[in-house]
Write a protein that binds this ligand. Sequence first.
Ligand code: HEC
Length: 99
Amino acid sequence: MNAPRFFAAAAFLLAPMIGAMAAAPESPAGASSCSGCHPANTGIDTPIPRLNGRNAAEISEQMKTFRAGQRSATVMGRIAKGFSDDEIEAIAAWYAEQR
Ligand code: HEC
């Protein structure tokens, strides 16, 4: 196969993949920090609960309870203090859509 034809074929194969990546919903600000502890992957053995697919209202409520110090926590109280209501709701809605 000559080089121009190879690149044409590669571009043809890659274009749909790049399109699919662009279509994937962007995570809201701060959400990527959660997945360091709350795993997206079910294969990871950790006591920290997964957030993917959880009810959005439940995630928001827990975050606000942690932030207010109404639920005892090792780390979540401090983490939740860094987020506004709008940010919490955006992250919760995004997690509810993840699988
Ligand atoms: C440093 C690790 C760490 C990070 C980062 C982290 N969490 Fe947590 N999360 C925990 C731990 C540990 C708990 C259990 C409560 C505790 O001890 O703080 C928890 C509990 C929770 C719970 C309650 C879950 C349940 O089933 O009761 C929610 C909701 C939650 N985290 C949301 C978040 C969100 C949203 C973010 C990102 C903004 C986040 N967490 C970032 C470690 C983390």
